[in-house]
Design a protein around this ligand. Structure first.
Ligand SMILES: Cc1cc2nc3c(=O)[nH]c(=O)nc-3n(C[C@H](O)[C@H](O)[C@H](O)COP(=O)(O)O)c2cc1C
Length: 353
């Protein structure tokens, strides 16, 4: 049984269930003597936490991280950074009705098939609560990457059928509840989320992520290509159904003559259909990715399902849930991008700290 760790040198292991005492993690491979801005870590956690706006789940979790080791007098010691985030608002009774029942398209059936015993409260280990631990590690990785000039930002670019049409303005992302990079589009997306929420339903969406100023040379061909690891990082996030980088699936309808990124004399390219990666190695251009999230399973409508004995049952959504998860998933995407890129920097030894 494994799969609770990510990374090779900069490595995060997480533990905990949604309604247990706490969730937490251990981050190994952090260099010593790095000043850590703890407020910046908490800021990213606040961007992910429930109850932050009217369009997300109204579960109340303060998501306050407590560091247990590895940081002393504001600086890393080079030893493992251990941390916990206590669980506060567990209304486990909300989940009694699904104890022996499988919610359609959630992970109840598969966890039961695999383990035969599961903590069903709040989805247990399959709950996206675990992603708060990724946000802690990602916030630390982002700070280390910033020392080398690398910046990461993500934003919502589609909710249901509403696509972002206006200009990307990174400064407005935190000024609207959807975390869209355009204020006009944000309003249209927010209206749709409210409509879906009132109907007791859910809706999908997508997030764009840009990684800027990555040096050429990151990525370990052939199996640990940079885009392969970024894909794994993103696809490991709960509810993610799709990943593309650069031209992505749009490349299918293009010819090589338009898709090829021709060089400038300094090695940069005039276009960036490669998405900053060629042959699994960064080429120095911005890395851009797009991640698709499904309409999540918990809906406040009766659904036909089965119990663990195979008997037909009706499942009603009683727990508090997100009508659309992309606004809260933006910091998770940034975190997984940061963890992946920093790990590759250490692996390539491309930069000395
Ligand atoms: C930020 C965030 C919040 C989520 N909240 C819910 C939720 O309220 N209800 C739900 O059914 N799924 C929610 N999910 C998704 C489930 O965790 C996920 O669908 C489930 O574990 C099954 O995994 P899969 O969809 O990746 O196959 C959320 C995902 C994210 C990223």
């Amino acid at each position: 049984m494994s799969g609770s760790s990510f990374g090779t040198i900069f490595k995060l292991s997480t533990f905990g269930e949604s309604h247990g005492v706490a969730i937490g993690g251990v981050i190994d491979g952090v260099p010593s003597n790095v000043e850590i801005d703890l407020d910046a870590v908490q800021f990213d956690l606040d961007r992910r936490k429930p109850g932050q706006s009217a369009i997300v789940t109204q579960r109340k979790e303060s998501d306050k991280v407590q560091f247990l080791s590895g940081i002393f007098e504001g600086k890393t010691t080079g030893t493992p950074i251990g941390f916990i985030i206590p669980n506060e608002d567990q209304k486990s009774k909300d989940y009694d009705h699904i104890k022996n029942v499988y919610r359609p398209s959630h992970a109840d059936f598969t966890y039961d098939q695999k383990y035969g015993h599961r903590d069903y409260r709040g989805g247990g280990r399959s709950s996206a609560r675990e992603t708060a631990c990724r946000v802690v590690a990602g916030a630390i990785a982002k700070q280390i990457l910033k020392l080398k000039g690398i910046e990461i930002f993500a934003y919502v670019d589609q909710v249901g059928a509403i696509k972002m049409q206006g200009e990307v303005s990174s400064e407005v992302i935190e000024q609207n509840a959807v975390r869209c990079a355009n204020m006009n589009d944000a309003k249209r997306m927010e209206d749709l989320i409210q409509l879906v929420r009132k109907a007791g339903d859910t809706v999908g969406g997508s997030i764009s992520c840009q990684i800027l100023h990555v040096p050429a040379g990151l990525g370990e061909p052939v199996f640990d290509k940079l885009h392969a690891e970024l894909g794994k990082a993103m696809l490991s996030i709960n509810a993610v159904k799709g990943f593309e980088y650069g031209s992505g699936f749009a490349c299918i309808e293009m010819n090589g003559s338009e898709h090829n990124d021709s060089f400038n004399e300094d090695g940069s390219t005039k276009s960036n259909f490669s998405g900053g990666i060629q042959g699994g190695i960064s080429n120095g251009m911005p890395i851009n990715m797009r991640i698709a999230f499904k309409p999540v399973a918990t809906i406040i409508q009766d659904q036909k399902s089965i119990d663990s004995e195979g008997n037909p049952v009706i499942v009603g959504g009683k727990g508090r849930h997100d009508a659309c998860v992309v606004p809260r998933a933006v910091p998770i995407v940034e975190a997984m991008a940061a963890i992946t890129i920093l790990d590759f920097m250490f692996r390539a030894n491309a930069v000395k700290f």
